[in-house]
Ligand binder design. Structure first.
Ligand SMILES: [Mn+2]
Length: 292
């Protein structure tokens, strides 16, 4: 497995903390962008996240650990291919290999349309998989701009594989998608109901099966803390409340992997890149230092 060495890998980790064999977590960069609808640039997401991550300190004050002790290997960017079918197959095969090697895959996009390939990779191994989605948009359209592989259809494709989707932070959708969700038992946790309280946590977690995959579209966060996304929406999730929720999910369920997608880097605004890098690091900590 070809990986990125110090100092250019995630968090700038020296070899014993970042080689493939000894790392529990593996970052898979997927700079794929084909169907974004407004601002282009998500293909630069992985690079910007890596670049900012090396400036972040490894000590985590919440877990009182250097999270990087778990070992975080950064694979070279995946050449996913141009066509959606090819992209799906390449991502799927790569993740299957990581799962086979007992690694915890962390997929860094790229646009949201890569997520169904990740779910497909896990669906063979886990027959009762659920998908926790943090997002401003439902992404449940059957087709968008004439393609079923658009990022606006990402969760619809996931639903066809798992049928268990829990969307959180939603504040932009269509009547058709709301009806589809209602007809198929998908409860939407609207941003307006969750942004300022923790009362919904137990309900959301109860809807998750034992094995959970998390997909984080960064536009799920409020543009005040995450402005550099392709399709920003007001009224989103805040940093600490979202971490409180995700920590509970990691503690109560078996999280098998996660993706962070749709960062659209802007060289004049680096805080979004840093927030994404820190978020990824935190979630790796929640996985490997459970309960701390
Ligand atoms: Mn979105």
């Amino acid at each position: 497995m070809e990986y990125v060495s110090y100092p250019d890998n995630f968090f700038g980790l020296v070899d014993p903390l970042s080689n493939y064999e000894s790392s529990k977590a593996v970052i898979l960069q997927v700079p794929y962008e084909k169907t974004t609808t407004f601002m282009r640039g998500t293909k630069n997401g992985p690079k910007a996240i890596l670049k900012s991550s090396v400036e972040v300190q490894p000590y985590d004050e919440e877990m009182e650990k250097n999270i990087c002790e778990a070992g975080i290997c950064t694979l070279k960017p995946l050449k996913a291919g141009e066509e959606p079918e090819e992209m799906m197959e390449n991502i799927c095969n790569k993740i299957k290999k990581l799962a086979h090697d007992s690694k915890f895959p962390v997929i860094v996009g790229g646009e949201h349309s890569i997520t169904p390939a990740c779910i497909k990779a896990f669906s063979d191994k886990y027959d009762n998989l659920s998908v926790l989605q943090i997002d401003a948009h439902t992404d449940l359209a059957d087709e968008w701009d004439g393609t079923k592989y658009s990022h606006a259809c990402a969760l619809r494709r996931c639903f066809e594989i798992t049928r268990k989707i829990i969307p959180v932070g939603i504040r932009s959708t269509t009547m058709e998608e709301v009806e589809f969700a209602a007809q198929n038992g998908i409860k939407i946790f609207w941003a307006k109901d969750v942004y300022d309280n923790d009362e919904w946590h137990d309900d959301a977690i109860a809807r998750l099966s034992d094995d959970v995959y998390i997909t984080i579209d960064l536009d799920g966060f409020d543009p005040s803390i995450m402005p550099s996304v392709g399709t920003p929406e007001p009224g989103g999730m805040q940093y600490y409340p979202t971490l409180r929720f995700l920590k509970k999910v990691f503690n109560k369920r078996n999280v098998i992997g996660f993706d962070v997608v749709e960062l659209c880097p802007n060289e004049k605004e680096a805080s979004s890149d840093f927030t994404a890098a820190k978020l990824i690091y935190k979630l790796i900590g929640y996985k490997f230092f459970k309960g701390l």
